[in-house]
Design a binder for this molecule. Structure first.
Ligand SMILES: Nc1ncnc2c1ncn2[C@@H]1O[C@H](COP(=O)(O)OP(=O)(O)OP(=O)(O)O)[C@@H](O)[C@H]1O
Length: 473
């Protein structure tokens, strides 16, 4: 008889295999073959179907290939039959509860059929839905029919019916969900429902940061994140313009970096290559960004910023169970009055001509640009980058290594950690992109709300690393 953590099965060729689990892996040993080591977090379902054992998990064919759904199965060795139900319960327990995750999650799924290259529906049906069904998740699916549809759904979402919202889209739909939640009758509780992105837009910045750059566009890895990720609190930003307060979860861009996003929407068919095309076009035009930037600065010294970031990355992970303290359920008030003049108390005004301003959180803004390499999801601060109008040659040079965060060290790239900032345009002509969505090029102020939003993450922090920790000589 096998031990309590080992089960023997006979496959269709009559060969004996052993399924044995440890605290971290399921080891599948087949006669004369190499043992297959499946990390427990990749196991999504185990069952006893008739006299067969079925283990469903995600695995890569090769080290760099995307995840695929795999089923390992065989007839349970007769002598081990009395063990099988307990063995399955123990393995399922380790694969879910052992990592603090509930089985059979209930998802509100929002699919934007028009996002990115228009493949969201096919990708969902062919790749994502089979993984969710195998994991016995409950799905309530809506295909968005228009802009703001996702916002309207989030605003009315019955919170107790769902464990997470899954967006099959780019970053734009997530922006809508966050803003819908902010208008919910219980906004604080709504923002406590985690969001898990499936990358099918052209800008999938959040997926780059949550899944890591290797898996950034792997929809199966994203499905696994929805099933196995744990709630990770994230800061959100109030964005106030013309007395209207909205929320941004990711980035605000103006100048060249907004032109390249909003000015290339007709090139969606290119996927994220459109951002590179837009960048090159922006370099040819090389227009200054007509705006004044004022910042409530916390730190601006790049060496000190790196030190703080290293300390934070070395600290224990901040994975939560998703529960939060009792509060009134209301949104936090604004600490910085958007109407008043930025006072002297730590506010500075950037006094050089600007090419662009990019502010936000999450190291990657797209696969090709690590714009905020030292960003942290919940430090209560916003990373603000002010790019001086330096030479075209400098900006072209910045493309080299941009995916590794090399622009951080450009002398003309000023980097701030801040509580808030304000933009005052000097011209009516310009683009402003909030989380990739177009907004009027008019005065606005942004401030940070620590840990107001919630994402699902299997890493408990951004799944990316900044390796260029010193300025190149
Ligand atoms: N059925 C629809 N038709 C048109 N627009 C829609 C539809 N559903 C959602 N939208 C809008 O599409 C926008 C982009 O959404 P999404 O997040 O999927 O992609 P993205 O990566 O931000 O951008 P892109 O559209 O360039 O791929 C959102 O602003 C949303 O309001």
């Amino acid at each position: 008889m096998a031990s309590h953590d080992e089960l023997r099965v006979v496959n269709d060729n009559g060969k004996l295999s052993s399924f044995k689990f440890t605290d971290t892996s399921l080891l599948i040993g087949r006669e004369t073959k190499k043992i297959v080591d499946v990390p427990l977090r990749q196991i999504i379902w185990v069952e006893h179907a008739g006299d067969r054992l079925e283990v469903h998990f995600l695995a890569r064919k090769r080290k760099k290939s995307p995840f695929g759904l795999v089923k390992a199965t065989g007839r349970v060795y007769p002598e081990d039959n009395p063990l099988v139900d307990t063995w399955i319960a123990n393995l399922m327990d380790k694969a879910y509860d052992g990592i603090g995750v509930k089985q059979c999650r209930r998802f509100k799924v929002l699919i934007n059929p028009q996002g990115g290259q228009g493949k969201a529906v096919t990708v969902f049906r062919k790749k994502v839905e089979p993984i969710f069904s195998t994991a016995h998740c409950t799905l309530d699916v809506t295909y968005t029919r228009r802009a703001k549809h996702a916002s309207d759904i989030a605003k009315e979402l019955p919170l107790s019916d769902f464990d997470a919202v899954v967006t099959v889209s780019g970053d734009g739909l997530i922006h809508e969900v966050i803003n819908g939640f902010a208008e919910h009758e219980q906004p604080f509780n709504a923002l406590n429902i985690p969001i898990s992105p499936i990358p099918t837009g052209s800008g999938n910045g959040l997926s780059c940061n949550i899944l890591g750059i290797q898996d950034a566009f792997d929809v199966s890895a994203a499905a696994l994140n929805a099933i196995k990720g744990r709630p990770m609190k994230t800061d959100l930003f109030s964005f106030t313009q013309n007395n209207t307060r909205r929320f941004s979860f990711f980035s605000q861009a103006l100048g060249l970096m907004a032109d390249l996003d909003l000015g290339t929407e007709h090139l969606r068919w290119m996927g994220d290559t459109r951002f590179v095309v837009g960048f090159l076009r922006g370099i040819v035009k090389y227009s200054p960004c007509p705006a004044t930037l004022s910042i409530k600065v916390v730190e601006s010294d790049k060496t000190k910023l790196i030190e703080k970031w290293k300390e934070a990355r070395a600290a224990p992970l901040s994975l939560s169970t998703g529960s939060t303290e009792e509060t009134s359920g209301a949104l936090p008030p604004l600490n910085f009055d958007p109407q008043s003049k930025p006072d002297d108390d730590g506010w500075i005004t950037f006094d050089k001509p600007l090419l662009y301003v990019y502010a936000g959180q999450g190291p990657y803004v797209g696969r090709d640009l690590m714009q905020f390499p030292i960003s942290l999801p919940d430090d209560g601060l916003i990373d603000v980058v002010a790019q001086e109008l330096s030479s075209r040659a400098d900006m072209l040079k910045a493309m080299d290594g941009a995916e590794n965060g090399s622009p951080f060290w450009l002398p003309g790239q000023h980097y701030y950690k801040a509580h808030a900032y304000r933009i005052t345009p000097h011209s009516k002509k310009g683009c402003l992109s909030i989380d990739g969505e177009g907004y009027p090029f008019e005065e606005y102020q942004v401030e940070v709300h620590p840990k107001l939003g919630t994402l699902l993450s299997m890493h408990g922090r951004y799944a990316t690393d900044f390796k260029l920790l010193e300025s190149p000589k």
